[in-house]
Ligand binder design. Structure first.
Ligand SMILES: *Cc1c(COP(=O)(O)O)cnc(C)c1O
Length: 465
């Protein structure tokens, strides 16, 4: 909002909303999309999955939300808002010190979601998912976790609602991040290094590749298999799916209210993108403005060069897992058989991207950029030194995106307003920081050959073939 009545000097560093400003409804982007995201397909019949087919895998309320392309605003139950009050509203912060260090005329704001024990935005959806599981009277929940943030968030949410949780943790993280595992166990979760020998798919993957350090896709396969073979259990996912993007819209709704309270509106909104949940949540109200013609901010997703779903992937139906047992989602994907290099430290390793965001990208409503990891950590260190929050490597992708845009403003002299999502803290990622600091970190990106090999294994869906 140019020409704001508020003197810039009076804008505080931290803009806090009050408890009763926690939104009472989530915003469902799909209601305003002209082209809806493609339906999830049954991999056997290639027919869209019905509610009846999805409810043996997912909690019922979440299936309703997953399939709802029409309801614009969906009520947040009081039981969820009450728990949100433990750590929300999250602060919007003006990065004055970072601006100074960059010597930029741009105004940089960030929405900080690391202000809770789980250390990331994932708790927003975890709480909603555990709440609905409890409401349905489920006996237990299963999930996978990569770097460990989702597992931590869901373990916390499950302990709040008193529901057992089984977590399949990608083996390389299980070994590299033992403290993450211990946090989950502290909250009462059962944690296994994936692949395990306890599932059919785990056994198969281990037989084919005994040395594997695991992948998110493989852990998903194991968690789904466990959910469908245990009575009263369901599988819960922390990103990518429509209902997760819905829950995370709370980030964008709060951001917009906070910015408006100081007479601001972003010209550019930037978030990191793994499966797309924080970015989808952060841009929610701004996409709403864009889709309804109220404003036209640039919305930029930042992804790692070693897992570049948007920028180098294909918009096609693909499995969400390596074991090819999940339904098919139409999304930008580098292929479910692609496993990022194990020296890739920055997270965001999921091969696909949220179907909602994929459609928005396909329609030119959002943009994407891929970045290499040493630049990401350079941005992380500058941010830590100036803003004194040690960011998660994932979040540092968004920081780098914001820095790049702010430096462009320095060149052009434009005073743009930038909002980015600071999704979490990086205190469990010190091995990665150490590798950056001692110079052993690589800038791996996927080779064209490797990409084509992975894409050649995409499922052939009749309508598309
Ligand atoms: C999981 C995670 C991400 C990436 O996931 P999205 O679903 O793309 O948001 C980003 N930042 C942090 C801190 C995370 O834990």
């Amino acid at each position: 909002m140019k020409g704001s009545a508020i003197n810039q000097k009076t804008i505080p560093h931290r803009i806090y909303l009050t408890e009763d400003q926690i939104p009472t409804q989530w915003y469902n982007i799909r209601a305003d999309m002209k082209n809806k995201p493609a339906p999830i397909l049954n991999p056997g019949t290639f027919k869209p999955l019905s509610k009846e087919e999805l409810t043996p895998i997912f909690a019922e309320k979440l299936v309703d939300q997953e399939l709802d392309n029409e309801t614009r605003y969906i009520d947040i139950p009081d039981g969820i808002r009450e728990i949100y009050k433990i750590y929300r509203p999250s602060p919007l912060i003006r990065a004055y010190n970072l601006e100074k260090a960059l010597d930029t005329p741009a105004k940089i704001y960030y929405k900080y979601e690391g202000n809770n024990t789980s250390g990331s935005h994932k708790l927003n959806s975890a709480i909603a998912q555990a709440y609905y599981a409890k409401e349905q009277g489920l006996k237990g929940m299963t999930t996978e976790t990569g770097a460990g943030q989702w597992g931590t968030a869901l373990a916390e949410a499950c302990s709040l609602f008193g529901i057992p949780l089984i977590v399949y943790m990608v083996k390389v993280s299980y070994d590299q991040k033992p403290f993450r595992r211990t946090v989950m166990q502290t909250f009462g979760a059962e944690v296994h290094p994936s692949p395990t020998t306890q599932t059919q798919i785990g056994k198969k993957i281990l037989a084919e590749n005994p040395e594997t350090t695991g992948s998110l896709g493989c852990a998903i396969s194991e968690a789904v298999e466990t959910a469908v073979t245990h009575e009263g259990y369901r599988y819960f996912l922390g990103s990518c799916l429509n209902y997760v993007i819905l829950h995370q819209s709370i980030i964008g709704i709060e951001s917009k209210i906070a910015m408006e309270s100081i007479g601001e509106y972003p010209d550019i909104v930037i978030g990191c993108a793994g499966g797309g949940s924080n970015f989808g949540g952060l841009i929610s109200e701004f996409v709403h403005d864009k889709l309804t013609g109220k404003s036209n901010p640039r919305l930029i997703a930042i992804e790692p060069a070693s897992c570049p779903s948007f920028t180098r992937g294909k918009f096609a139906y693909d499995f969400a897992d390596t074991g090819k047992i999940t339904p098919l989602c139409k999304m930008y994907t580098v292929g479910s058989q692609y496993i990022p290099p194990s020296d890739h430290a920055g997270g965001l390793r999921f091969h696909g991207m949220s179907p909602i965001l994929s459609q928005l990208f396909h329609d030119g409503i959002i943009e994407a950029q891929a970045v290499t990891q040493r630049k990401v950590f350079e941005a992380a260190v500058l941010f830590a030194k100036t803003e004194t929050i040690l960011p998660a490597p994932e979040s540092a992708h968004a920081i780098l995106g914001a820095i790049n845009e702010a430096l462009k403003c320095k060149e052009s002299g434009e005073e743009k307003t930038i909002l980015f999502g600071l999704t979490g803290t990086g205190y469990f990622d010190m091995t990665a920081y150490e590798a950056y600091l001692n110079g052993s970190m690589n800038d791996s990106s996927i080779s064209e050959e490797e990409l084509q090999r992975s894409l050649a294994q995409l499922p052939v869906v009749p309508e598309e073939a």
